[in-house]
Design a protein around this ligand. Structure first.
Ligand SMILES: Nc1ncnc2c1ncn2[C@@H]1O[C@H](COP(=O)(O)OP(=O)(O)OP(=O)(O)O)[C@@H](O)[C@H]1O
Ligand SMILES: [Mg+2]
Length: 350
């Protein structure tokens, strides 16, 4: 690596349907997107399978690293200094309230309390925590736990990809912190991925609660495929190019097709909002859609009407957190939300 690349930072988000990378750099007081790449696993699966066919047994890390390296090469990434997002569904996040105590006592108390909050053997988990609020008599701590085995697999993937891994963080925590720079009021962040949707509440700049459901973009594609009697690849195309408000071939109403699934996500969002109100007496003022699924044409309008709340897309570019070359404007408009998690894990360090 040359000295010129010292201010470049790579953010990596390995999702179940695609791998996203961003290269960020600091220019004076700004953070700029200097490079990005998305590899949709579907389209490349055949070729990748060819490449690893010779071996009878390959670990998941090896095939992921193969894809990642291919993406890094294609995007001509200039730095190995990288930060990775851990999938939201892989971790547990809890907000715990403690009386005022010193750091050392707090660390002990957290470890002691963790057993109650984490539904897995603590021996298999790596714990982390952040103080997110301190008042006159209370300390609010965000407790995070991730299976140690998963962390090892990410470390291995980075190693196989010849990357210098500097940080690993739950994507929900990172995204909350990034968007929380701009959005200080209570808001619900709905990250619609390929296989999972995570619904988080952010408040005063940090994550407060999060949960996952397995209704996501892939299900929408499936419903279109079976509804129209077409293959999933064609259905995926239609999903990305048709608006919820318009009709396909004048016959099929996308909204009618997709609303049962969209309403599952909506109801879970309402539940999260109510739950947060019960716990904190604070009212959610906005819905922030992110992840690839946020690009569904007309979704923001559909949710804002049925939830009676403003709905915005959560991408760091249109929010003015990360600048980009003007030539990229059309691309960013299309895939800005896909890159949010990759940006979020690296942003703090840029
Ligand atoms: N323009 C678009 N319109 C509608 N859906 C889209 C659009 N672009 C991408 N998607 C959908 O977004 C989903 C992928 O989103 P994303 O890349 O955030 O998922 P992921 O991170 O790989 O998955 P997960 O978070 O579940 O592991 C896919 O279902 C894809 O069809
Ligand atoms: Mg994702």
């Amino acid at each position: 690596m040359s000295l010129f690349n010292q201010n470049l930072f790579l953010g990596i988000d390995i999702g179940t349907t695609s791998i996203k990378i961003v290269e960020l750099r600091r220019i004076n007081s700004r953070v700029e997107l200097s490079n990005y790449g998305i590899l949709e696993k579907y389209g490349h699966l055949e070729r990748i399978n060819d490449a690893i066919q010779t071996s009878t047994f390959k670990l998941l890390e090896e095939s992921t690293a193969l894809l990642l390296r291919q993406l890094l090469r294609t995007a001509r990434v200039d730095t190995a200094v990288s930060y990775m997002a851990l999938p939201g569904f892989s971790g547990f996040v809890s907000l715990i309230d403690f009386p005022i105590m010193n750091e050392k006592e707090l660390a002990k108390a957290i470890r002691y309390q963790a057993v109650q909050y984490i539904p897995m053997s603590l021996e298999e988990m790596t714990l982390d925590w952040q103080i997110i609020e301190t008042s006159a008599d209370r300390i609010k701590v965000l407790l995070m736990a991730v299976p140690t085995d998963l962390i090892k697999r990410y470390v291995k993937t980075a190693e196989l990809s010849k990357l210098t891994l500097k940080g690993l963080e739950l994507e929900t925590v990172a995204v909350a912190r990034l968007l929380g720079i701009k959005e200080k009021n209570p808001a619900a962040v709905v990250d619609i991925g390929g296989r999972t949707t995570s619904i988080s509440i952010i408040d005063n700049g940090s994550l407060r609660q999060t949960h996952n459901i397995d209704t996501a973009g892939g299900d929408l594609t499936q419903v279109i495929a079976s509804g129209l009697g077409i293959n999933p690849i064609r259905a995926e195309e239609i999903k990305k190019t048709t608006s919820l408000n318009s009709e396909y071939r004048g016959e099929i109403d996308m909204l009618k097709l997709l609303s049962p699934l969209l309403d599952v996500i909506k109801r879970e969002t309402e539940k999260a909002i109510n739950n947060y109100y019960l716990q904190s007496k604070r009212t959610i003022e906005k819905i922030i859609l992110t992840g690839g699924g946020a690009n569904l044409n007309g979704l923001d309008k559909y949710y804002s009407q049925s939830l009676s709340l403003p709905v915005v897309k959560g991408d760091p570019f249109s929010w003015g957190l990360i600048s980009y070359h003007p030539n990229l404007a059309p691309v960013i408009r299309e895939i800005g939300t896909n890159l949010t998690a990759a940006c979020a894990v690296a942003f703090k360090y840029v």
